[in-house]
Design a protein around this ligand. Sequence first.
Ligand code: UDP
Length: 327
Amino acid sequence: MKLLVTGGAGYVGSVCAAHLLEAGHEVVVLDDLSTGHRDAVPAGAGFVQAELGTVAGEVLGGAARDGAAFDGVLHFAARSLVGESVEHPERYWDGNVVASFRLLEAVREHAVPRLVFSSTAATYGEPAEVPITETAPTRPTNPYGATKLAIDHMITSYAAAHGLAATSLRYFNVAGAHVTGGGRLGERHAVETHLIPLVLQVAAGTRESISIYGDDWPTPDGTCVRDYIHVDDLADAHLLALQHATAGRHDVYNLGSGQGFSVREVVEACRAVTGHPIPAAVAPRRAGDPAVLVASSDRAAEGLGWKPSRTELERIVSDAWEFARPR
Ligand code: UDP
């Protein structure tokens, strides 16, 4: 298939682009490099540096006119910092919702048949029940989650009205790196807020210690529990979503490995993998953190035939370390 990958210079987008190329698809990456990296675009992919909201129509329309229309879009481009979304919601309604609307309009106008959207567990907010299924209430607790949920709703209506074959994949805690095949692709954000890369910065000597945000949560060791999913497993799900997409339907799937690890367990795994003592200190709770977030991925297993295979925490951490260490 010929596929447009928006946000393909970012962490998850670049890894998915690499998997698509490895599977023999033709890939064009569209990214404005506001947070992505040019050198993360895998060799073999075309690259357009531009803002999604302004050029989506041109890119999809140009290809259609040249007789080389796109068979699908994988939409990763987004702003994704929870804290920033609280302080500057306008950036999120514009950068996520308005830009995605322009993309959907271009998809409709140029009759692109398939769309896979990068959604998030943040659409659920504080869960009433764990593991979280796709039928759980969606009550996002921040503008980031609200904008992703709004896009999910937009996609549902486009699928129903315009025959689009659409899939939203709701990621839990994406981690690890793509360290096989050509190039190494992993997480490198200018503003890093995620636990595993921060802990690995301590091991790499660029950060003194890690703060554990609260040890008085109602969990077995008092620290928050999350469902970490290897980015390569996540990429596998995107390829399956493309295969299973059905015209006129919008399917929503949670993607996690179905097991929870505490912050302390993550820090321990990083110590074991890196051999570094990694000093850690308990700090106050971070606003907006739920105690436990674990996915039920039963629907993805049934609907997509997806089964994550890189679920051990040490495997996830060691791939992340493989990527982070040389930097
Ligand atoms: N966390 C922490 N210290 C840090 C960063 C994160 O204790 O420096 C905790 C955070 O409170 C949460 C878990 O690690 O319970 C995962 O946080 P992350 O930001 O990686 O992902 P989130 O679950 O917020 O999407």
